[in-house]
Ligand binder design. Structure first.
Ligand SMILES: [Zn+2]
Length: 342
C-alpha cells in the first residue's frame, strides 16, 4: 500500500465521515491525473489467455453483474434493485456482510427464487483481516459458516483488500476481490487482466477462480469523482467488449438513490445504472454471454480442464509423431494463471 494511502486508512476510523469523503476526493483527484495511462483503461490488461477458445455460443464477451451490500441502507434497497434488473432482463449477485447489519433470510430467499445469486462480503466491513494468520483463520471459519448457510459459491473482500493465497482457507469456487485496474483502491495493485484466472495453492489441492471486476466501481465514479453520467462506463465497456473479456460490474445499492428525490451526499441516481444496462441490452444485443458469477466460475474450471486435456492430447500426438502444424506453432495452453503476486 502506498504511504499516503496507508496514512489515510490508518487514521480513517478517527476521521468524521464528511472529512473522510473530502480527503478521499482530494486523493482521487491527485491520483487520477497521475494514472491516466492505466485508468480506466490499462492496455496491458487486454490479452486473452493462451489457449483461449472463446465464450459459449460464439458470444463476443461475457457480462457479469455484482453488488456489494455494505450497510443496512443497501440491504433495504436490494429487492428494488433486483426489480430494476429484472425489468431489463438481467440477473446479478448480491454480496452481504454477515455481521454488520441485520440480514432478513426472507429477502435472500426471494432473491434466490428470482434467479439472483447470493455471496459473502467479508464478515465485518473492516480492513483487519490480515493482522495475523490467526486472525484471518478465525474469521475464515465464520465466513465459511455463512458460505454454507447461504449456499454461496463466491466471496468478495471488504474494500477489495485481498490476499489470494490465504483465500484457500475459504470454501469458495470463486473470489471477485481483484480488478484489472483500479489505482484508487487501498490495495491498488491490479490483476492486469480482463479474463478470470485459476488460483492454485502451494501444498494444497484447493483451487478457485479469480474474477477481476473490469468496470469502475460506482462509488469511485459518482461519489468520489462526481461524474454526472455514464461516459466512463460506456468507454470501458466498449474496450472490454472489443477485446472479448468479461465486463464485470460491481455496484452498491447503498449509494443508489431510488426514490427520484434529491440525492444524499453519498448517493447517485439509479438511472445511471439503468442507462448502462439499457445501453448494453440495446447496443450489444446478441453479442454477450450474460451469466451469474458462479456459472462463469464453473465454466472457467471446465474450460481450464478441457485446455489441459487438449494440451495432453497434443503432447501425445506429438510424441507419436502424428501432427505437424499445431505442435510446431508453440501454442501454450494456459487458462490457469496460477497464483499471481497480488
Ligand atoms: Zn464493501
Amino acid at each position: 500500500m502506498k504511504l499516503r494511502n496507508r496514512i489515510f486508512y490508518t487514521l480513517k476510523p478517527f476521521i468524521p465521515r464528511i472529512m473522510q469523503l473530502f480527503l478521499r476526493r482530494k486523493l482521487v483527484q491527485h491520483q487520477a491525473e497521475r494514472c491516466r495511462d492505466v485508468w480506466p483503461i490499462d492496455e496491458g490488461a487486454a490479452a486473452a489467455p493462451a489457449g483461449w477458445t472463446g465464450w459459449p455460443e460464439g458470444k463476443r464477451f461475457a457480462l457479469v453483474l455484482t453488488h456489494d451490500v455494505d450497510t443496512a441502507r443497501g440491504f433495504e434497497r436490494c429487492l428494488a434493485l433486483a426489480d430494476v434488473e429484472e425489468r431489463l432482463g438481467f440477473r446479478s449477485s448480491f454480496n452481504f456482510v454477515p455481521l454488520r447489519y441485520t440480514i432478513a433470510e426472507a429477502v435472500l430467499a426471494k432473491l434466490r427464487e428470482r434467479g439472483f445469486e447470493i455471496g459473502v462480503h467479508g464478515l465485518y466491513h473492516d480492513g483487519k483481516y490480515y493482522e495475523s494468520r490467526d486472525v484471518f483463520l478465525e474469521r475464515a471459519e465464520k465466513i465459511n459458516q455463512y458460505l454454507k448457510k447461504w449456499d454461496c459459491a463466491g466471496y468478495r473482500a471488504p474494500c477489495m483488500l485481498h490476499k489470494l493465497d490465504w483465500f484457500h482457507d475459504l470454501n469458495i469456487e470463486y473470489d471477485a476481490s481483484t480488478f484489472d485496474t483500479d489505482p484508487f483502491e487501498p490495495n491498488a495493485c491490479g490483476a492486469r487482466t480482463i479474463f478470470p484466472f485459476m488460483v492454485t495453492g502451494e501444498g494444497t489441492k484447493h483451487r478457485y477462480v479469480e474474477m477481476p471486476y473490469t468496470l469502475p466501481q460506482d462509488f469511485t465514479l459518482f461519489i468520489l469523482m462526481r461524474e454526472q453520467g455514464i461516459d466512463v462506463w460506456r468507454r470501458k465497456l466498449e474496450w472490454v467488449a472489443s477485446h472479448g473479456g468479461v465486463v464485470l460490474m460491481n455496484t452498491h445499492p447503498d449509494y443508489m438513490n431510488m426514490n427520484g428525490q434529491a440525492c444524499g451526499r453519498e448517493e447517485y441516481p439509479v438511472r445511471y445504472y439503468e442507462q448502462i444496462l439499457r445501453h448494453i441490452r440495446d447496443a450489444y444485443q446478441g453479442q454477450y454471454w450474460h451469466v451469474l458469477p458462479r456459472d462463469l466460475a464453473r465454466h472457467w474450471v471446465q474450460a481450464a480442464h478441457d485446455a489441459r486435456r487438449d494440451a495432453r492430447t497434443l503432447r501425445m500426438l506429438v510424441s507419436e509423431g502424428q501432427t505437424s502444424g499445431a505442435a510446431g506453432s508453440g501454442r501454450i495452453i494456459n487458462l490457469e494463471g496460477g497464483t499471481r503476486p497480488l
